[in-house]
Design a protein around this ligand. Structure first.
Ligand code: HEC
Ligand code: HEC
Length: 478
């Protein structure tokens, strides 16, 4: 055993720093006594070889300092983590206060700016995001009026914006007329091109939408979905679609598409998947909905329908970070089974049917770490073939120029995540479907085959599927 705990012999070894300590020396003696007490045979097999190896190569000072380091890491690391946890919990609480704060013109909470407005849609975030709790979706009354400007030969760059419902001064009020003042209707006219004269039809480049407020529950988890998951799911869907009821849709090339933004990132947020990150959306929501300038996006100028780059800050970087942290920390909705055990099988049957008939091909149940999100985050066109080319109604041939390849068509919308859908009526981008059943029945175009599958199910199965959707929520009561 001398070679195992032979501190005496290692003490003078050149690799051992001065003071292979008295402690280790006496420990060696102690151990020898211990061995004698219990007997060699008992002890030796119980000491694992790696342990002996460590001990052989370590001096006691090293063991001690390692111990001290581990203990301090455990103690101070724990404290540090707790401190970080406290700070982020404090930030989220401060963010919640910003989310529910009712902003006024020249609000005392504004750092340097003018508080609410000058143009806005509501005084607080929670005024629109409230269903199922602070951060949820909104009803029809909170719909937002938006517009798209289609590219024409006269104005080749497509754009869009919001028609604000309110202004802090009456003469700043916006309307469709204020949009048309910037993007005018082209009246019927005759145009001369060289020796030829052609008739240009009356054309309105502006398309209006009314947009329903989605829930923000689970937004942080959506933010963390990597672009690769969306890409992989899209590719898988193309492959799988060939073997399922989506075959005809695929043959027609109607498979939806990812929203690839001009900088190459994949869009996830917004009904047109127009933003890649939660932070970007929150900055725009501050500027557009409440009229608050943040370090990245400024509030809009009245009747200009675009950012006022000279506006002073309403929120500091820190406050803005707190607001984002609050939204990102909102919990995920989930499947809440009915309390009554006899009703539970119906909901679970509904979940099976949802996948069986093909709803899950677009409403993908899992995406990255977002389990139960039910979206592929792709754009789809659910309008039927007869109305599909309606773009031309707004887009006369005389003035036509193609939309950029990755720009969504007027009738394309992102598959909305269905988590929380039990508490977010009305449905669809415009809130035009009052019930879940109405929403399902509105699936034409790329959703036509799956809708037909749904309609042909026996009534109890249709009920089960709807019951399943109703069970995707934040809490068991409204
Ligand atoms: C007037 C109603 C209204 C107010 C006020 C409002 N929102 Fe929204 N919010 C909407 C609508 C409508 C959409 C959908 C917009 C779209 O898709 O283009 C939306 C979308 C969002 C989204 C994207 C969600 C997703 O998954 O696509 C975020 C994030 C968001 N809002 C955060 C906020 C924050 C933060 C505030 C407060 C600064 C706020 N909103 C104030 C109506 C509102
Ligand atoms: C081809 C893709 C696709 C398929 C298949 C599909 N959906 Fe959808 N779903 C969408 C899109 C896109 C929307 C949003 C359309 C809009 O707003 O105009 C939507 C909207 C919805 C909504 C409204 C959600 C909300 O928050 O407003 C519900 C509910 C829904 N789908 C359920 C279903 C069910 C149930 C099935 C199967 C019967 C199904 N969907 C099949 C793409 C699809």
């Amino acid at each position: 055993m001398a070679n195992v705990f032979d501190c005496e012999s290692r003490r003078d070894s050149p690799t051992v720093k001065s003071g292979c300590s008295a402690a280790s020396y006496s420990m060696g003696r102690l151990y020898t006594k211990y061995q004698i007490w219990f007997g060699n045979r008992l002890m030796i097999p119980r000491v694992p070889a790696w342990c002996l190896q460590i001990v052989r190569t370590c001096t006691w000072t090293r063991v001690l300092s390692l111990g001290v380091t581990l203990v301090s890491l455990w103690y101070f690391g724990g404290k540090g983590l707790a401190w970080l946890r406290d700070t982020s919990a404090r930030d989220r609480r401060a963010g919640e206060q910003l989310f529910v704060h009712e902003w006024q013109p020249d609000d005392a909470w504004s750092v340097r700016g003018d508080g609410l407005g000058p143009v806005f849609n509501a005084r607080s975030c929670v005024a629109c995001h409230f269903q199922g709790g602070t951060g949820g979706g909104g009803s029809l009354q909170q719909n937002v009026a938006t517009f798209e400007v289609l590219p024409t030969t006269l104005n080749p760059v497509p754009s869009g914006g919001v028609i604000h419902q309110f202004a802090t001064q009456t003469d700043w009020q916006e309307s469709l007329d204020t949009v048309h003042a910037i993007f005018p209707i082209v009246r019927k006219q005759t145009a001369a091109t060289g020796r030829y004269r052609s008739r240009v039809a009356t054309s309105d480049p502006v398309v209006q939408h009314t947009i329903n407020t989605p829930t923000l529950f689970g937004a942080g988890t959506i933010d963390r979905i990597p672009a690769s998951s969306i890409r992989e799911q899209y590719t898988r869907r193309l492959e799988a679609g060939k073997e399922t009821g989506l075959a005809i849709v695929l043959e027609q090339g109607e498979v939806g598409r990812m929203r690839i933004l001009s900088d190459g990132r994949i869009g996830k947020f917004g009904w047109k998947a127009q933003f890649a990150t939660l932070e970007e959306f929150v900055a725009h929501a501050c500027a557009v909905e409440v009229g608050l300038s943040t370090p990245t996006v400024k509030q809009h100028s009245p009747q200009k329908h675009c950012e006022d780059s000279d506006a002073e800050l309403d929120l500091t970087q820190r406050q803005f970070g707190q607001l984002v942290a609050f939204v990102a920390g909102l919990p995920e909705p989930r499947l809440i089974l009915p309390d009554e055990p006899s009703e539970q099988p119906q909901v679970l049957r509904g979940r099976e049917l949802f996948s069986e008939i093909g709803c899950a091909s677009c409403h993908t149940p899992e995406m990255g770490d977002a389990k139960g999100v039910y979206s592929d985050f792709c754009l789809h066109d659910l309008t039927d073939a007869d109305t599909r080319n309606d773009d031309f109604e707004f887009y006369p041939r005389d003035l036509q120029i193609p939309l950029p390849e990755n720009y969504p068509k007027v009738s394309e919308w992102k598959t909305p995540p269905l988590w929380g859908v039990g508490q977010t009526a009305p449905y669809l981008h415009d809130g035009s479907a009052g019930t879940l059943l109405d929403a399902i029945k509105a699936h034409a175009g790329e959703g036509e085959i799956v809708r037909k599958q749904f309609v042909s199910l026996p009534k109890p199965d249709r009920d089960s599927l709807v019951k399943f959707l109703e069970s995707l929520r934040m809490n068991s009561t409204d």
